[in-house]
Design a binder for this molecule. Structure first.
Ligand SMILES: [Mg+2]
Length: 350
């Protein structure tokens, strides 16, 4: 064991301050392949190293594929997220899309556009973070591409999963219960703390907020279970803020929705950071985005059973937050009963 640690440290010290141009593409890919352990044991299957990966998904299952791109300066600032967390999060956002479809994640492809001066240590730490999450959900890295970039770092990840039944955005009906799989606003609170350190913020709150921002946990087993029940009529993961994501369900399903202010499960971090900055915690929860919980429409008659079963299996409640309605509008029923029409908010790219 001591020898292994020694060799690891020796390797680490060699890669510090080495640029990717000094290694070259082949060596970088070889090291990445070794790091993510892409060799597939089954006969006839191929991982990193050929023109394409060869994988088999179980016969009769549906193949679910998603791809997501992260651009430095838009989705992240290189100095404000450690490369380990960047790798973790880049994969988490893809796996969250598979969770929203009710799929079991299987294989991933990782492409990077890298500036020549990028340190090798940065790239390898990125992959270590990514691998830590891949291992947790038994997902395998089997391919990708690395290219030069004259400017920002660009990360593109494609994830494949399989499902017996899929969850879509399009099946919600008036009367369905709207619910979420966890509390809201911690990630937005974490982003606030990165923009303004707020020295009077308690350490435990800071940790909860940054954890929410850097290390969201994709709801993969939960999504797979929810799809199997037949009780969920529509689903989406909360990436862009609940208003925008709920807007997607409403648009695809041809319906409106009513949110109940007093039912919204605001995270403790969102409440504390909002109080310290004079912001409305509801804004962090509704428009902040990146919570990566699942937002679901559930047949009303199934909801009590589903909520009980969900809590028993996953140790966390399904939070009812409102209902699907006729029409096209999203309204908020305030704590005092007043009804307020909401504009679809959240992050837009263009
Ligand atoms: Mg999504």
């Amino acid at each position: 064991m001591t020898m292994l640690i020694y060799r690891y440290r020796e390797f680490q010290s060699k890669v510090i301050n080495v640029n990717i141009s000094q290694w070259g593409e082949k060596k970088l890919i070889r090291e990445i392949a070794a790091l993510v352990d892409s060799e597939l044991c089954e006969e006839g299957l191929v991982g990193i190293g050929d023109d394409a990966a060869v994988t088999v998904l179980t016969p009769g299952k549906r193949l679910v594929t998603t791809t997501d791109m992260l651009v430095e300066g838009i989705h992240f600032l290189r100095g404000s997220i450690p490369p380990f967390d960047l790798g973790y999060k880049a994969l988490a956002v893809n796996l969250s899309d598979l969770a929203a479809m009710g799929a079991r994640a299987r294989y991933i492809y990782v492409s990077l556009a890298l500036n020549k001066e990028t340190e090798v240590g940065f790239v390898l730490d990125f992959y270590r973070g990514l691998k830590s999450l891949a291992d947790r959900f038994e997902v395998q890295v089997v391919g990708g591409d690395t290219v030069g970039s004259p400017g920002p770092l660009v990360i593109s990840i494609t994830a494949q999963g399989e499902a017996d039944k899929v969850l879509l955005r399009s099946g919600a009906n008036p009367g369905d219960v709207l619910c979420v799989t966890g509390t809201l606003g911690a990630s937005a609170a974490g982003l606030q703390l990165l923009l303004d350190p707020l020295t009077d913020c308690p350490a435990a709150i800071r940790q909860e907020a940054l954890q929410g921002h850097y290390r969201p946990v994709p709801r993969l087993p939960e999504g797979h279970f929810l799809a199997s029940t037949g009780a969920v009529t529509a689903a989406i993961d909360l990436s862009d803020g609940i208003l925008k994501d709920l807007g997607e369900i409403c648009e695809r399903s041809g319906c409106g929705a009513a949110l109940r202010e007093k039912l919204l499960p605001l995270s403790f971090a969102a409440q504390t950071v909002a109080a310290l900055t004079g912001k409305d915690p509801l804004d962090l929860a509704l428009s902040g985005g990146e919570d990566y919980e699942l937002l679901l429409a559930v047949k009303r008659e199934c909801f009590p059973w589903l909520a009980g079963e969900f809590a028993a299996r996953f140790g966390t409640p399904l939070y009812e937050i409102g209902e699907i309605c006729d029409g096209k509008e999203i309204i908020m029923i305030k704590a005092d009963g007043e009804r307020e029409k909401l504009a679809y908010g959240g992050f837009t790219h263009f």
